[in-house]
Ligand binder design. Structure first.
Ligand code: GLP
Length: 241
């Protein structure tokens, strides 16, 4: 895994450059997008670059990692809403080519169709990831099988607690989500994982320097041929070199 360390601004700019380079080479790239507070700096940078004409999304297709079960895309805490608000509504992407797992139709067939749609589009060229404090990627909680495809999951108490800051109370935080599986994520041709802040430092040390184990889902990235990790100084603080 290649690791880049810098200020939040530096890593957002460096990650954005990957998108500029990719879209120059392949304007119709398939991008895997992520939600959470971590990618916001990158998304702001991409919006700026798009407005300046440095990159265009006009031929891009996007697949998002995950969605809360029970939330319609119009709910302000749904991940569809997040993506529209924080990226899609501000760039020249065709909204019809943006896909987020359904939080309302949680059937196994619909989940399988999400993987099929990714495959039919040609596979994800660049998958963006954040990371949960417990090492989750997407909503693949600890001990999710590495062979998993898109599926419905029950959220751990720690994830619900971590995400309750966006809701009025813990009772409003959904108990389930639909997420790309670990295999879906690992099938991406390249992956960028971003982490900022000291709360992520222990899990970053574990995934970079520890063993590959389903107990820490993001550790699987050690097995990916083209995974890059972008860290701010706080998230990188516990790395030994
Ligand atoms: C959620 C999302 C993850 C994200 C994680 C971390 O649980 N499902 O995709 O990586 O939160 O979020 P943040 O970037 O806000 O720390």
């Amino acid at each position: 895994m290649k690791i880049f360390i810098g200020t939040q601004e530096e890593i957002a700019k460096k990650a954005a450059q990957r998108y500029v380079d990719l879209l120059k080479e392949k304007p119709n790239a398939i991008l895997g997008h992520a939600t959470g507070s971590t990618p916001l700096g990158l998304y702001a940078e991409l919006i700026k670059l798009n407005k300046e004409g440095a990159l265009t999304y006009k031929d891009v297709t996007s697949f998002n990692l995950d969605e809360y079960v029970g939330l319609d895309g119009s709910h302000d805490q749904s991940y569809r809403y997040f993506m529209n608000e924080n990226l899609f509504n501000h760039i020249d992407i065709d909204l019809a080519k943006t896909f987020v797992p359904s939080g309302l139709d949680t059937s196994a067939e619909t989940a399988a169709n999400y993987d099929k749609a990714i495959e039919a589009a040609g596979g994800i060229d660049l998958q963006l990831l954040g990371i949960g404090n417990n090492g989750h990627i997407g909503f693949n909680e600890p001990n999710t099988p590495f062979g998993s495809c898109t599926h419905m999951v029950e959220l751990t108490e720690s994830t619900r607690q971590a995400n309750k800051r966006f809701f009025n109370s813990i009772d409003e935080v959904p108990t389930h989500a639909v997420t790309m599986g670990i295999k879906t994520i690992m099938n991406a041709k390249s992956i960028i994982l971003m982490a900022i802040g000291s709360a992520k430092a222990p899990v970053i040390k574990a995934i970079v320097e520890g063993e590959v184990t389903p107990e820490i889902p993001a550790s699987v990235l050690q097995l990916h041929p083209n995974a890059e990790i972008y860290l701010d100084y706080e998230a990188a603080a516990l790395l030994s070199k």
